[in-house]
Ligand binder design. Structure first.
Ligand code: FES
Length: 78
């Protein structure tokens, strides 16, 4: 597996409470947009996201963003 699996060609917009999150970079997790360990055995690893105050975020689901874990519009070019 060299390319991540495209989960969706739009981001997921959600409100996150303060805490630490792990964004799925491989696209295999069934708990999108978060890692569930399904990347095991691939070259992909989750990306840690530390949230210090409650905020709304747009997290990438196409897994092609250059601004992980946030949407940068890359899905529009797929
Ligand atoms: S399941 Fe995708 S990075 Fe962990």
């Amino acid at each position: 597996m060299t390319e991540p699996k495209i989960v969706d060609k739009k981001p997921t917009v959600m409100t996150l409470e303060p805490g630490k999150y792990f964004w799925c970079s491989c696209g295999l997790s069934e708990n999108q947009p978060f890692c569930n360990g399904a990347h095991t055995g691939t070259e992909f690893t989750p990306v840690a996201l530390e949230v210090t105050e409650t905020k709304q975020v747009a997290l990438c689901l196409c897994k092609n963003t250059q601004n992980v874990p946030f949407c940068d519009g890359a899905h529009a070019r797929l």
